[in-house]
Design a binder for this molecule. Structure first.
Ligand SMILES: Cc1cc2nc3c(=O)[nH]c(=O)nc-3n(C[C@H](O)[C@H](O)[C@H](O)COP(=O)(O)OP(=O)(O)OC[C@H]3O[C@@H](n4cnc5c(N)ncnc54)[C@H](O)[C@@H]3O)c2cc1C
Length: 309
């Protein structure tokens, strides 16, 4: 057991580091457990063009190192370890990290969400370099190109429609005839002349070598026939999985495991706050995650003050 901290932040993406920066400046002396993937999802991307303040764009790892040093400058202790579990049954809360148990009067959870990938042959070769899971982030890199969107839900329809602003042609690939998306989204996509359809089809394998994506081999799910389809990029839109298993269901979540906010950024457990992609089923952007990290830190500070910590 260690001393009781005012605040422990779990996660080190834009939400976690921004929460740390605000909480540090408020003299809360937080620990940030940075986790298995220190810096979060942006460590996987080479160009960020939509974070305010970088008119020339900036590399993901570079931006995350800047956020880390800013959080550390204001007094955060950043520890590159994963939180295994938490005990929220009484205060101070217990945070278990390997053999250690850390105590805190409040917690901010910013553990993000992972995009679900297809696991088709050759996928690791093209992840983030030809195949993306975020059209808002990477669509502009495919100006005047042909791309594929995999998925049949609202996100897939939305991403495909958005991509037609840049791309000459967008092919939606879905393994069934029926689409899960709402009718209004399907109608919008169907009326778009730049969108083509490959239904009853799934990706068997991605084509091309490292640094040169060439398309996919599609498998007809009814006949088993294979077809090569060439394109310049692919977007996978089959869903995200929030990283909340380590919470053991102790805070209220939706059916998919996204943490629910109860009062401002506070969860169903008083003193436990959350922000970023772990609560966000809609925007999933660095700037919104950073904004929610800021909200969580301000809410935690006020809650600690109101509860005389
Ligand atoms: C390839 C790619 C490109 C992108 N490009 C852009 C872009 O150009 N612009 C943009 O705005 N957005 C972009 N995004 C989206 C953006 O990265 C996310 O919206 C943002 O990173 C979410 O921030 P977050 O802090 O909520 O979580 P994340 O960045 O996901 O960070 C989660 C953190 O939690 C930690 N963690 C998880 N579990 C534990 C645990 N048990 N214990 C301790 N720590 C834990 C992880 O180590 C990680 O540090 C991109 C995403 C991807 C995947």
């Amino acid at each position: 057991m260690t001393d009781v901290r005012n605040l422990i932040i779990i996660g080190s993406g834009p939400a976690g580091y921004t929460a740390g920066l605000y909480a540090g400046r408020a003299m809360l002396n937080p620990i940030i457990f940075a986790g298995f993937s220190s810096g979060g999802q942006l460590m996987l991307t080479s160009d960020i063009e939509n974070f305010p303040g970088y008119p020339q764009g900036i590399g993901g790892p570079e931006m995350m190192m800047e956020l880390r040093s800013q959080a550390s400058k204001f007094g955060c202790d950043i520890i590159d370890k994963n939180v295994d579990s938490v005990d929220l049954s009484e205060r101070p809360f217990k945070v278990t990290v390997g053999n250690e148990v850390h105590l805190a009067n409040s917690l901010i959870v910013t553990t993000g969400a992972e995009a679900i990938w297809l696991d088709a042959e050759n996928e690791p070769t093209h992840k983030g370099r030809g195949i993306s899971t975020c059209a808002t982030c990477d669509g502009a890199f495919f100006r005047d190109k042909e791309v594929m969107v995999v998925g049949g839900g609202d996100s897939a329809m939305e991403e495909a429609t958005f991509l037609t602003k840049f791309c000459n042609k967008v092919t939606i690939v879905h393994r069934r005839e029926g689409l899960r998306a709402s009718q209004i989204m399907i109608d919008r996509a169907k009326q778009n002349p730049k969108i083509a359809w490959k239904l009853n089809s799934k990706v068997k394998s991605w084509l091309g070598s490292e640094g040169s994506f060439e398309g996919a081999i599609l498998l007809d799910t009814k006949t088993g026939a294979e077809e090569d389809i060439s394109c310049d990029g692919a977007f996978i839109a089959i869903g995200h999985k929030p990283i909340t298993d380590f919470l053991g269901g102790q805070v209220e979540m939706d059916q998919e495991g996204y943490i629910l906010w109860k009062e401002n950024s506070m969860t169903s457990v008083p003193g436990v706050f959350a922000g970023g992609d772990v609560v966000d089923t809609r925007y999933r952007q660095a700037i919104t995650a950073a904004g929610m990290g800021c909200m969580a830190a301000i809410d935690a500070e006020r809650w600690l003050e109101d509860n005389e910590h």
